[in-house]
Design a protein around this ligand. Structure first.
Ligand SMILES: [Zn+2]
Length: 335
């Protein structure tokens, strides 16, 4: 029954507010399932920062989990975010630099014998990925033979199926499409790729490691979310240090990033893989934003983003007490 004490409009707005879904304390414009969910698991460079661990980005779209790169502490960050690790079995690699790969052994083995993954991992990567995975099996051949004897370790969960690609559509299942496109990470790092994820008319573009290149400019044009790497140094550092100049030349500096934003105009741009020499991340952010009226933010480890009719950013909160969420009550005496 309508209340006689409130105007009709107020009643309608109140009812609408009460019926909208709530996620992490925020009213959403649509049910959560209609968004792509993105977790910035690791946003750092190869340096040893604990605040910014190794590069890794997790996407959930139409119920499918897609993990892009597995830098240092990828598994730890997933655990802290309360991600159901055994369900994350599709992994995509932009390139095979160690800071993008080194979290895989932990995710593979611990996800199997501690978290009880029951399905094989599927690893999608450029040429060389199969050899890398063969080496991983060799690295852990002893432990695989030992732990396979225990009933908690499902044989299927330790398998890795490798799919090497040369570009184009590398995944197309349940309305989720992943396209790999070539980027420019310097002459010594070929092939190197970025990824575009399309689902329900929304798009996310991950640059991978690259300097300004046509691939990103084409794929990111008008996308919903662009996650792009960034590297910056002071003028004095650049003038004095040949190594810094060489590293920056195969990454994207703030001026280039500003140009990418202007030419592609994503609804939201997040900067990750942040590398700095004698400048701060905020110096870099200011340069990227200079004269550009779109939204650009620094990514942070464990930041979550919803991409749909609206885009919502959830800053990283305290780590979830993941143990209750994702570890079954079977014994863990084999740790
Ligand atoms: Zn790299």
């Amino acid at each position: 029954m309508e209340s006689a004490f409130y105007p009709d409009l107020s009643v309608r707005l109140f009812r609408e507010a009460m019926s909208t879904p709530i996620y992490r304390g925020v009213h959403l414009a649509a049910p959560l399932e209609q968004y792509m969910q993105v977790w910035m698991l690791g946003t750092g460079s190869p340096s040893l920062s604990v605040a910014r661990h190794g590069i890794s980005t997790l996407v959930k779209a139409n119920g499918r989990w897609l993990l892009f790169d597995t830098g240092r502490a990828t598994l730890q960050r997933m655990y802290e975010c309360g991600i159901p690790v055994p369900e994350v079995t599709d992994i995509f690699y932009t390139h095979l630099h160690s800071d993008h790969v080194c979290g895989l052994p932990d995710l593979w083995m611990t996800g199997w014998f501690v978290l009880h993954r029951r399905r094989p991992l599927r690893v999608f990567g450029p040429q060389g990925t199969a050899r890398a995975v063969d080496g991983l099996r060799e690295l852990h051949h002893f432990d695989i033979s030992v732990r396979s004897k225990y009933e908690t370790a499902e044989p299927a969960g330790r398998a890795i199926d490798v799919h090497e690609f040369t570009g184009g559509i590398v995944f197309d299942e349940d309305g989720v499409k992943v396209t790999a496109f070539a980027v420019d990470h310097g002459p010594d790092v070929r092939p190197a790729f970025g990824f575009r994820i399309d689902c329900n008319g929304r798009s996310i573009v991950l640059s991978g490691d690259t300097t300004l290149c046509d691939g990103v400019l084409e794929q990111a044009k008008g996308c919903d979310l662009l996650v792009h790497e960034i590297a910056g140094a002071s003028s004095a550092q650049l003038a004095a240090n040949e190594i810094t100049r060489r590293i920056i030349s195969i990454h994207t500096d703030p001026q280039q990033m500003n140009e990418i934003c202007r030419r592609t105009r994503p609804r939201l741009t997040l900067l990750n893989h942040i590398s700095v020499w004698r400048v701060t991340q905020y110096d870099i952010l200011a340069k990227v934003r200079h004269g550009y009226d779109g939204e650009v933010e620094l990514a942070h480890d464990r930041m979550e983003v919803l991409v749909g009719a609206e885009i919502r950013i959830f800053p990283p909160g305290p780590p979830v007490a993941g143990e209750d969420l994702i570890v079954s009550d079977t014994h863990r005496s084999t740790d």
